[in-house]
Structure formats: structure tokens, C-alpha cells
Design a protein around this ligand. Structure first.
Ligand code: ATP
Ligand code: MG
Length: 314
């Protein structure tokens, strides 16, 4: 795994699967420097090699979405963790200075369309994360309305786990749980509308929120990136006849599909499912360590991330 770089004036305090966090060397630590690395994770595993340039693309995508949601799209501003302070020159393209939040242990997942692990559960049980859905849905279909399917944010090294709404009430209290759900569904609807203007679909996404010193709920981490969301091409979805044609993706799906086909341990490990859904290839690697990503998967993933940024921001 790539090392967190040394940055003058900041000390490294934590590394998640993708981001490295730094606190100021001097003064209070009410601010953090979030540096997006080129690491890529799928099925809750960090893979090798990284995807050169991915961290910068993720940072640009998040910044663009934070600006939209802060009122750039004409809607009500959603409070976020950005301070507006310039990051250090050395990591300027991939870093953001943020307000330190008390992060809530809930990953706020919203699904507007059915695919991946949701599709697998639906095929077996007619539900997605325990929520009953109408019969007859196909992989990639739009849901009658977006659904909120929270997950427990497991500590590093453990797998996130789907939880019921009631469990989120136990974790953060009734008022905060309702706020998380309502804000998440609102942001999803707003984002899917904005994406539609660019010929895209936000099929599903995940938000992380934290609380500031004043007790205000703020959007933290990354938002609506191709790591945290599934993006599809709207025209392909409308005109395609097979699931593959309909779900022309601008996200990590290439990585998930490749891993699911080449690593027996990928499937069933966590909620992050692949749209492929087929059985693993017979020659698939069954070791505990994920196989190395081939060069063409790395290049294609980076191209898709770049295409998404261009389409959204053009
Ligand atoms: P994944 O996002 O893939 O589920 P992860 O959360 O382990 O995994 P990263 O996104 O790499 O991986 O880690 C970033 C970490 O920084 C997360 O633990 C996130 O909750 C935390 N974080 C993000 N924004 C803030 C903030 N404003 N204040 C405090 N912590 C934050
Ligand atoms: Mg994260």
C-alpha cells in the first residue's frame, strides 16, 4: 500500500483505505488535511497497483459536487466540512483542508436503481437490505422511489455491514437518524437531477456525515465520486436491451467485475456487489490476498473517472 507522503506543517494521523489524514503540526487540530491517494479499494480490500491520477480526479469530483450542493445548483445549501483554505502546494491537486468533525458511524447509502448486492438480495428474497420491493424488477431497473439503506461504518480492516434504520436510531439517536435519512435522500434526488442534465444517472451512492462543535450536521469525507457512487450513461440505460448495455458505468465497476471474475473470495464478502453477478471463473484465484489488477483495467478505470469529471463539469 502506498505510504502517506510527508507534508511540511502537517503530521500524518490516520489512513483510511483511500485517504490519508493529517493534523496541523502546530496549533489546535480543529482542521484536517485530507489527501486522496491513488489507492483503489473494492469489496473492502485495498488493491495493487494503485491508479495513478485517481486521487486528483476524486478530489476534483468531490469539490465540484460540494460546490453544487452548497447552493451552486440554486438549491438550499447543504453544510459541508470544507474550510476553503488552500492545501499545501505539494498536494494541491489531491488535498482539501477540512473542519474536523465528529464522524457518525453510519454510511448513508441511497439507491435509486437496483443492481450489485441489492440485486442479488432481491433475486433471493424480494428485498434490498430488508426493504420489500415490487415484484418483477430487472437488474438495473429504476426503483419506484429512492431507498435509504444505511450501513455500519466498521473500523479499518473490518467489513462495513448493512443495518436497519432502527439500528441507526440506537447508534446516533432518533433525531439524528431521521436527519441523516432525510438529508441523504434529498441530496441523492438533487444529485440525480443534476446528473440527468449531463446525460448521466446516479444509480446509488454513499454519504458520510459528521457533527461540528456547534452541533450542526455536516457532509464530510468525499461526495458523489466514482468511488462512492455508481454512475451510468442515461441514453445507454434507456436504449440498451441487456443489463451490460444498460449499465454503461463511469465508476469502479470495471474493477469490481474484474475482481469478481478473478478472485473467488471477492463475492459475498461485503455489501459492495458487482453488477456481473455471474459465478466466479473456474481459474479464479482463491487466496486471501486479492490478485494484482492488470494494466488495462487500471487504464480503463482511470479513463472512466476522467470521462465522468469531464461530462459533469463541461
Ligand atoms: P471507504 O470510504 O472506502 O468506506 P474508509 O472510510 O476507510 O473507507 P477513507 O475514505 O480513505 O476510507 O478514509 C477517510 C477517513 O476520514 C474516514 O474514516 C472518514 O470518516 C474520515 N473523515 C472524512 N472527513 C472527515 C472530517 N471532516 N473529520 C473527521 N474525519 C473525517
Ligand atoms: Mg471513506
Amino acid at each position: 500500500m502506498s505510504e502517506a507522503p510527508e507534508i511540511a506543517g502537517w503530521k500524518h494521523v490516520y489512513s483510511g483505505k483511500v485517504r490519508d489524514l493529517y493534523a496541523p503540526t502546530r496549533g489546535s487540530d480543529d482542521r484536517l488535511l485530507v489527501v486522496a491517494s491513488d489507492r483503489v479499494s473494492a469489496f473492502d480490500h485495498v488493491l495493487e497497483p494503485g491508479i495513478p491520477g485517481k486521487g486528483a480526479l476524486l478530489t476534483s469530483l468531490s469539490s465540484w459536487w460540494f460546490a453544487q450542493l452548497a447552493g451552486g445548483d440554486g438549491g438550499d445549501p447543504v453544510p459541508n466540512h470544507l474550510t476553503g483554505e488552500d492545501p499545501p502546494e505539494a498536494v494541491a491537486d489531491r488535498a482539501t483542508v477540512v473542519t474536523t468533525l465528529d464522524m457518525l458511524p453510519v454510511e448513508c447509502v441511497v439507491r435509486g436503481y437496483i443492481t450489485g448486492s441489492g440485486w442479488r438480495e432481491y433475486r433471493e428474497a424480494g428485498t434490498v437490505c430488508g426493504i420489500r420491493l415490487p415484484e418483477g424488477l430487472q437488474n438495473g431497473d429504476r426503483l419506484p422511489q429512492p431507498i435509504y439503506t444505511p450501513a455500519y461504518k466498521a473500523p479499518l480492516g473490518e467489513h462495513d455491514e448493512n443495518i436497519s434504520y432502527e439500528r441507526t436510531v440506537e447508534l446516533v439517536g432518533a433525531e439524528r437518524a431521521a436527519e441523516l435519512r432525510d438529508v441523504s435522500l434529498d441530496i441523492y434526488r438533487r444529485a440525480d437531477r443534476i446528473a440527468a442534465e449531463k446525460g448521466l444517472i446516479v444509480a446509488d451512492t454513499k454519504f458520510e456525515f459528521g457533527v461540528d462543535d456547534a452541533g450542526t450536521l455536516r457532509l464530510g469525507d468525499e461526495v458523489l465520486t466514482s468511488d462512492s457512487s455508481r454512475y451510468w450513461d442515461r441514453a445507454a440505460w434507456q436504449n440498451g436491451s441487456t443489463p451490460e448495455e444498460r449499465m454503461a458505468s463511469f465508476d469502479k465497476q470495471i474493477v469490481r467485475d474484474w475482481l469478481a471474475a478473478n478472485w473467488t473470495n471477492a463475492e459475498g464478502r461485503c455489501r459492495e456487489g458487482s453488477a456481473g453477478d455471474g459465478p466466479s471463473a473456474p481459474e479464479a484465484d482463491d487466496s486471501d490476498t486479492p490478485p494484482r489488477l492488470p494494466a488495462d483495467i487500471v487504464t480503463r478505470t482511470l479513463d472512466r473517472y476522467r470521462d465522468l469529471l469531464t461530462r459533469l463539469t463541461a
